[in-house]
Design a protein around this ligand. Structure first.
Ligand SMILES: *Cc1c(COP(=O)(O)O)cnc(C)c1O
Length: 210
């Protein structure tokens, strides 16, 4: 796939207080460079191998690197000091690896499973508060937000997003902490996600053509 021709116009339609993270699994580093030159500076990769190749190819550009896919514990140390944000923390075992190998606190989103039967990744929403409570003692984890994936085919996405917002509000109160960011919304549903309170949207297909 290639970056769509009207990418600059498209970017202007995204509110300026929303962080657009380009989900770049569909493209190579050449297209990513063209995306960067159009004004997109936050890139999100899903897979460790692809990330490492693209990082190497593009490391001279001033990119904010997000890791948005499931991160296997045994691969964590290869990427953990190269990224600026992790969107997919979902186990204490992964947190332990970060604690061990990361040199400075890592901006981290906890991935929450809102739709328990559908998603294999993410902390079940009813366990999220306890999970976050355990995270508070990790010095290398700077909790900045919650992340979720929606069920693609479902027609109650507004409810799914609202559920994450409620969970965030509840945890902020009960643990007396701030969780400023919500990473939710993809190509098909980012407008609803923004309406419900997303701060970070992860867009893939809509940025690219053919
Ligand atoms: C691919 C991907 C996206 C973007 O999905 P699109 O539907 O292509 O916009 C967002 N988040 C994650 C974790 C992804 O893997």
């Amino acid at each position: 796939m290639k970056v769509r021709n009207d990418i600059r116009e498209f970017i202007k339609t995204v509110p300026s207080d929303i962080t657009l993270v380009a989900a770049t699994k569909y493209v190579d580093s050449i297209e990513m460079k063209s995306l960067f030159n159009s004004g997109v500076t936050n890139f999100g990769e899903n897979r460790v191998d692809a990330f490492l190749n693209k990082y190497k190819a593009l490391k001279d550009l001033n990119i904010s690197w997000h890791f948005i896919g499931h991160l296997q514990r045994n691969k964590a140390k290869e990427v953990i000091n190269k990224i600026d944000y992790l969107h997919s923390l979902d186990s204490l075992k992964l947190a332990d690896e970060i604690e061990k190998y990361r040199t400075t606190p890592l901006n981290t989103f906890v991935e929450v499973s809102i739709n328990l039967e559908e998603s294999k990744n993410g902390v079940p929403y009813y366990e999220t508060e306890d999970f976050i409570k355990s995270l508070l003692k990790y010095k290398k984890i700077n909790l900045v937000g919650l992340m979720m994936m929606t069920i693609r085919a479902s027609d109650d996405k507004d409810n799914q997003f609202a559920k994450l917002v409620d969970l965030r509000d509840k945890i902020e109160k009960s643990l007396n902490i701030k969780i400023p960011y919500l990473s939710m919304g993809m190509s098909e549903d980012y407008l609803e996600a923004i309406k419900e309170g997303a701060t970070h949207i992860r867009l893939g297909r809509i940025l690219f053509g053919e």
